[in-house]
Write a protein that binds this ligand. Structure first.
Ligand SMILES: *[C@@H]1O[C@H](CO)[C@@H](O)[C@H](O)[C@H]1NC(C)=O
Ligand SMILES: *[C@@H]1O[C@H](CO)[C@@H](O)[C@H](O)[C@H]1NC(C)=O
Ligand SMILES: *[C@@H]1O[C@H](CO)[C@@H](O)[C@H](O)[C@H]1NC(C)=O
Ligand SMILES: *[C@@H]1O[C@H](CO)[C@@H](O)[C@H](O)[C@H]1NC(C)=O
Ligand SMILES: *[C@@H]1O[C@H](CO)[C@@H](O)[C@H](O)[C@H]1NC(C)=O
Ligand SMILES: *[C@@H]1O[C@H](CO)[C@@H](O)[C@H](O)[C@H]1NC(C)=O
Length: 387
């Protein structure tokens, strides 16, 4: 669903159409006529075969499908008008296969208390407001929540691509919407969180305990330092857990990385928690996954439905210094704007991790049920693991 407004990528669209189609008459029409320009993705997208979803699957090196698309975008890979992105990896058969990961019936809440971290780590975000509303003989309560402050599922309206942080250059997944589409009072709901809520997300999760691996080596680390976790290290973590790096993940998996953030943050005094958001400059750092070509290739090859972690952004922060495919990019840009890959952040992995080590088993069944907010940006994931 395209809006009637001229999309952000209008100039690129025109260039692409002109390059691709040699029919001069059509070029003349585009240049001189106010008729809507055809969306490029109707021309450049993969034909998805529902019985064989990985037929014609592009390799990492084949991304993007057209050179006018941004760095490593997977636009068109699930079709030109797709709004689910990497959640498409979850099929009925994927969910059925994950049944075998339920062996004990032990359930694990993966959500922090909704007020945590408190105060929010970004000072532009207000804390949770929870009010009890007493009524005649019964109680209601009212919550006002910035969905980015606590455990969260980042939807596809959260983070577009931009090469230079100029509003002119931002593009959302599949180039389906603009900032104005989101802001307009009667704006479209395209790419809203209701899509993920209505899909209902379940399947196989796989845990990599990077923090546990570091501790096992007596290696020190600080989650308030922009340490970059590489794909090579994640393979080493898998090996330490007794898994084969080549086969530990399956298409459709939810990959979860424990960085040790929750453990270190919750161990701080309330005073020290209160000052975390006010660290400045070089101090405003967080440990996380490295934004790099190598990390993206490693993840793309795994065909993951979701990625998640216990830290603020999955990737290390600040996130604007990495050069990916020659351009400054963050994982957020490529994941959300490019692949339609949702990110689940601030997961509470402590109890699940302890149980996984106790059982020496690192895969689990999981469910995520986002709030069904039409046009929403993000949501508490209401995430649960079952062993
Ligand atoms: C889709 O995949 C199935 C299973 O591989 C195959 O039998 C069928 O011919 C494919 N359809 C198309 C249109 O390619
Ligand atoms: C697969 O699951 C979807 C969503 O729950 C459902 O609509 C569809 O009918 C299922 N397909 C089969 C073959 O059961
Ligand atoms: C960003 O790039 C666009 C397209 O090249 C250009 O029009 C715009 O002026 C740039 N903005 C900034 C702030 O550099
Ligand atoms: C880590 O430190 C503990 C306690 O000092 C020690 O027993 C253990 O051997 C060390 N492990 C490694 C891998 O160095
Ligand atoms: C923070 O990261 C830098 C660069 O990797 C490293 O030299 C330093 O020791 C780290 N500090 C802590 C406390 O981990
Ligand atoms: C992590 O990677 C980013 C991007 O390449 C870089 O700016 C930052 O210095 C790295 N962090 C450390 C601690 O080396």
């Amino acid at each position: 669903m395209m809006s009637h407004r001229v999309p952000v990528g209008h100039r690129k669209v025109s260039n692409f159409v002109m390059k691709t189609l040699t029919a001069l008459a059509l070029v003349a029409t585009i240049l001189t006529d106010a008729k809507p320009v055809p969306h490029p993705l109707t021309l450049v997208s993969r034909a998805v075969n529902d019985s064989d979803i990985y037929a014609n699957w592009p390799t990492y090196d084949q991304l993007p499908l057209h050179p006018s698309f941004p760095t490593k975008a997977a636009w068109g890979v699930w079709g030109a008008s797709d709004e689910l992105g990497s959640l498409n990896h979850i099929r009925n058969v994927t969910i059925l296969a994950a049944k075998s990961d339920i062996q004990l019936g032990r359930t694990f809440n993966l959500n922090l208390e909704l007020s945590m971290p408190n105060p929010p780590l970004n000072t532009n975000r207000r804390p949770l407001i929870h009010a009890i509303q007493p009524l005649a003989g019964y109680q209601d309560d009212v919550i006002t929540l910035n969905t980015q402050i606590s455990t969260q599922f980042d939807g596809l309206r959260h983070f577009p691509y931009s090469t230079n942080a100029s509003q002119d250059t931002y593009q959302f997944y599949n180039d389906l919407i603009t900032f104005d589409d989101i802001m307009a009072p009667s704006g479209s709901s395209t790419l809203g969180i209701q899509n993920a809520a209505q899909k209902g997300i379940a399947g196989r999760g796989i845990l990599l305990d990077w923090a546990g691996w570091m501790e096992s080596k007596n290696a020190s680390f600080d989650v308030f330092n922009a340490t970059n976790i590489s794909a090579v290290e994640l393979d080493a973590v898998a090996t330490w857990q007794g898994l084969d790096p080549a086969t530990f993940s399956k298409p459709g998996d939810f990959l979860v990385v424990r960085t040790g953030f929750t453990k270190q943050y919750l161990a701080l005094s309330s005073h020290d928690q209160a000052i975390v958001p006010y660290r400045e400059g070089a101090d405003a750092q967080f440990l996380g996954m490295e934004a790099s070509d190598a990390m993206l290739r490693w993840l793309w090859d795994k065909k993951l439905s979701l990625v998640g972690s216990d830290n603020p952004a999955f990737e290390s922060l600040p996130s604007d210094a990495s050069i990916i495919d020659g351009v400054p990019r963050s994982l957020h840009q490529v994941f959300i704007g490019g692949w339609g890959l949702n990110i689940v952040e601030f997961l509470d992995l402590e109890k699940l991790t302890a149980a996984c080590h106790e059982l020496n088993r690192y895969s689990f069944f999981f469910t995520i049920q986002n709030l069904n907010v039409v046009g929403g940006i993000a949501s508490p994931p209401n995430a649960m693991a079952i062993l």
